[in-house]
Every structure is written in C-alpha cells, then in structure tokens.
Design a protein around this ligand. Structure first.
Ligand code: ATP
Ligand code: MG
Length: 289
C-alpha cells in the first residue's frame, strides 16, 4: 500500500463488482483474479485497486484514503460526500422509488402525508419529501426494506428498483420515482494538488472514454450494389461518413460504418430492402474518437 500508485476503490462484493472489473479490463488494465484480497495492483498501469463495502467508498474518497472510486450515485448522494463526479459509467442503473402494497393506491404525492416510509436512504427520501412539501416519516432500516409493510413497521417503502421482481415477490408495486442512479467514477477533491496522480487519472480517463464509446457502438459491414450507395448512406445512423471498399465485382461495394449499438435492429430491414447483403455486426473493443 505504500507505493505511490493511484488508489481506486471499488465494491468488494455486490452488484457493481463484476462490471467495474470488466470496465477496468476493457481499459487494457492487467488485473489478476482478486478472489478475497483487499488490495491488488494492476501489472501494467500505476493503479492499486481497493475492495471495500460500497457504503464506505464515498467517505474514503472524500478523505483521500482512495484517490478515486467507483460507486452508485445513490450512495454518494445519501452519504452527502464531498467528492468530484468525474464520469457517469452507464451501468448499475436503478431507481430509488416509492413502492406501496399491491392492494393500496396512491395517485397523488399529497397522499403520502402522514405515512411511514421504510428506507435505507433516509437522506435521499427526506430531500424528496421536503422538495414536494410532504410531511411523512422516514423509518430507517438497513436491509430487507421490502418486508417492512408486511411486518407493520411502515406503510410503504422507498428502495432501489431495477426490474421490479423483488417488489412483486413481496406484493408491492412501484409508485413514484425519487432518484435515478448509475455507477459513477468519483475523485477526491484535492487530486489536482498531485500532478503525477492527476496525469494518471487523465490517462485512465482516455481509456475509460474509449471503452465506454466502444460499448455504445458496433462495427457494421455489408456488401451492396454500387447504385444503392446513396440510399444506404441515408439509412445509416453513423456519425461519420462510411468507408466504401471496392469489390472484385465492380457493380458491388463493401460498406463499413460505426453505428450506435441500439440502432441495428431498427435499420436492418431497410438496409436489406435497399439491396445490402452479407451484413455483419461486430463488437468494438476500444474506440478513440
Ligand atoms: P455492500 O455489501 O458493498 O454494502 P450493498 O448490498 O449495499 O453492497 P448492492 O446491492 O450490491 O449494495 O448494490 C450496489 C449498487 O448497485 C447500488 O448502490 C445501486 O447503485 C446499484 N444497483 C443497481 N441495480 C440495483 C437494484 N436493483 N437494487 C439495488 N441496487 C442496485
Ligand atoms: Mg452497501
């Protein structure tokens, strides 16, 4: 721990662990399988990775014990940590939402007045209540919040929801959204005082941005009649003009383009109708734009 490496804190075991390690590997960092270790060093980048409970990450980064960290935005806001938000990372998306027993109905926010709401996020909940002028009581519970209504401890809950399956299992249904969250990269406020670490962070950010760009894009290749080129270029949602490669058959060309990952199924039929064939969609590992 006493080397001068930059220290990155990530969740030891939980919903963000695998995706955070995957992101770092997509950044080209050589990270050994960490199994149960508390700290590991990357073999090819001046970075040490600390594995912590996610609740502890905001404070450790605020105090500079770790220089940077990856954690849910929900946890940072809840802990009111003074850290710099450096990048949104696009995974770990979830909503902190109010949920009510299936047999109840709440259609207006004002109906929350006088209710007891069980949550592990009292600060975020109270901000929401205050902003909406609601007088309700936050009942703080550290885990298994969803059973609070059936135990009679609270009338409704405020908890993280992604698919809603856990709610269903506990005969609850989602009501109002309180906060939407995703994993973010944070930095300690004084990092700019350390030019070496500042440079390491910039180097890491180039790699992170490249990995995030690559994830949101795909490489599309197809063959097409030369005379259909104009139509195909019109259909393609690529930011930059596509690459056109001549083929042995001079009436045909190959078209290569980088497109947003989620657009392919919206355009594949139009491309085929325009005459495209041999369509290939490939993942991109890294992309510097
Ligand atoms: P730890 O043991 O590290 O304290 P935890 O149990 O508090 O872990 P997890 O359940 O692993 O935390 O969730 C970590 C983060 O994952 C949350 O803070 C949130 O940002 C994100 N997340 C994404 N989807 C969900 C979900 N459906 N439920 C809960 N958290 C989610
Ligand atoms: Mg936690």
């Amino acid at each position: 721990m006493l080397n001068g490496n930059m220290k990155l804190a990530i969740q030891k075991k939980g919903r963000l662990t695998d995706k955070s390690l995957q992101l770092l590997r997509n950044c080209g960092l050589d990270i050994e399988d960490y199994s149960e270790r508390l700290i590991i060093s990357s073999r090819n980048f001046e970075l040490d990775i600390l594995f912590l409970r996610d609740d502890d990450i905001p404070e450790y980064v605020q105090d500079g014990v770790a220089d940077i960290g990856i954690v849910g935005e929900d946890v940072i806001q809840e802990k009111k940590a003074k850290v710099e938000l450096v990048r949104k990372l696009g995974y770990g998306r979830c909503n902190l939402a109010l949920a009510i027993p299936e047999n109840k109905n709440i259609t207006k926010l004002s109906e929350l007045n006088g209710q007891r709401i069980a949550t592990s996020f009292p600060n975020l909940l109270n901000n929401f209540l205050q902003k909406n002028n609601i007088n309700a009581t936050a009942v703080e519970i550290s885990g298994s919040v969803e059973i609070a209504p059936s135990l009679g401890v609270a009338d409704l809950i405020c908890d993280l929801v992604s698919t809603g399956n856990t709610l269903k299992m506990n005969k609850l249904k989602k009501s109002f959204d309180v906060f939407s969250s995703e994993a973010v990269l944070i930095a300690t406020p004084n990092l700019s005082n350390d030019p070496v670490k500042q440079e390491t962070l910039q180097n890491l950010l180039v790699r992170i941005d490249s990995a995030l760009n690559a994830k949101s894009s795909k490489y599309l290749m197809m063959n097409a009649p030369r005379k259909a080129l104009e139509e195909i270029e019109r259909i393609l949602p690529s930011l930059k003009s596509p690459t056109i490669v001549p083929l042995a058959d001079e009436n045909m060309v190959a078209v290569h383009a980088v497109i947003p990952s989620d657009k392919f199924w919206a355009i594949h039929k139009q491309l085929m109708d325009a005459g495209a064939s041999g369509i290939l969609l490939l993942p991109i590992e890294n992309m510097i734009v």
